[in-house]
Structures are given as C-alpha cells and as structure tokens.
Design a protein around this ligand. Structure first.
Ligand code: SF4
Ligand code: SF4
Length: 155
C-alpha cells in the first residue's frame, strides 16, 4: 500500500517474495530483452545467450539455478532495470486482464496484488502500467501470449 494516503491505492506492489522468480523455463527473452540485458551486464548478446540462457525450440529462456530460482534472483531482482518484458508485465498478464477468475487465482499466488480493489480497477491500472513500460503488444502473433493485448484495448 502507498505510504501517501492521498495517492490512489495501487492494484499491485511487489513484496519481493520471489515466488514468481521460481520455476523452470518461465521467462522467455525476446530479442529486445536479450539486447537490453546484455547491455546492462556489459557483455555481448552471444555471451548472454551462452552463459545465462537456455533454448527450447525457437524460444530463449532465462537460466534457472539448482534451487529453482532465476539466475538473477538475489533477495529481489538483481537486474531490475533490465528485466525482461514478461517480468515487467506481471501481474498484468493477458489472462489476468481478461478473466477475473484468473486474477483471483493470482491473488493467491502473488502477495503483491491488492485484494481490496476490484478486478475492473486492476485492469484499469494494469493497462496504464503496461503503457508506461511499453510492454503491451497488439497485432503480433509471435509475442508471448501473456503480453498480448488484442481484444483488451490499447494501453
Ligand atoms: S510473487 Fe508477487 S510479490 Fe512475490 S516477487 Fe513475484 S510479483 Fe513480487
Ligand atoms: S529477471 Fe528478475 S524479475 Fe525476472 S524472474 Fe529473474 S529475478 Fe525475477
């Protein structure tokens, strides 16, 4: 919750629990993500791909440690300014925006989602947040499904 009570309540504020940074192969890196992260780390994209990612089919995924966490999870995201779009977008994924039952399930999963606001308000703030970060995608069938906003409205 915001400390300034004059601000509107946020639909989401990360609690840094790491729950969403755990799991095999969930973080897909688009070319844009690869370039941003490589620049942030001061390495070439080829080195990033070799040292920090795995490939499945034609998709590139961020690597996962033996403990199941993302390689870059260290009491929060160690690459926060350069994190991939899929991490920037959470919890405002397509499913959570379109479907209030999906949003309700996400409330159980993610302590950062405000349970006291309506789904409608979650969607409103979510579209604003996606627009601000330029991570919502329309008209691109190759974009990760979670980031697609077709049928939801232009952020
Ligand atoms: S599950 Fe939610 S609160 Fe926990 S790290 Fe992920 S976004 Fe933050
Ligand atoms: S890049 Fe950062 S936010 Fe994304 S899964 Fe890894 S540690 Fe979590």
């Amino acid at each position: 919750m915001p400390t300034d009570m004059s601000q509107e309540p946020s639909a989401f504020e990360c609690r840094r629990c790491g729950h969403c940074c755990q799991g095999e192969g969930g973080i897909v890196l688009a070319v844009k993500d690869q370039e941003r992260l490589a620049a942030h780390l001061g390495i070439a994209v080829a080195e990033l791909l070799a040292e920090h990612t795995t490939s499945k089919g034609d998709k590139v995924h961020l690597g996962v440690r033996e403990d199941g966490f993302c390689l870059f999870f260290q009491d929060g995201c160690a690459i926060h300014p350069a994190r991939p779009d899929i991490c920037r977008a959470w919890p405002y994924f397509r499913g959570n925006l379109l479907d209030d039952s999906s949003w309700e399930m996400s409330l159980e999963y993610c302590a950062g989602i405000n349970p006291n606001l309506s789904h409608q308000e979650f969607v409103r703030q979510g579209l604003e947040a996606l627009k601000k970060q330029d991570v919502g995608v329309t008209g691109d069938p190759d974009a990760p499904c979670a980031l697609r906003l077709d049928g939801i409205g232009k952020p």
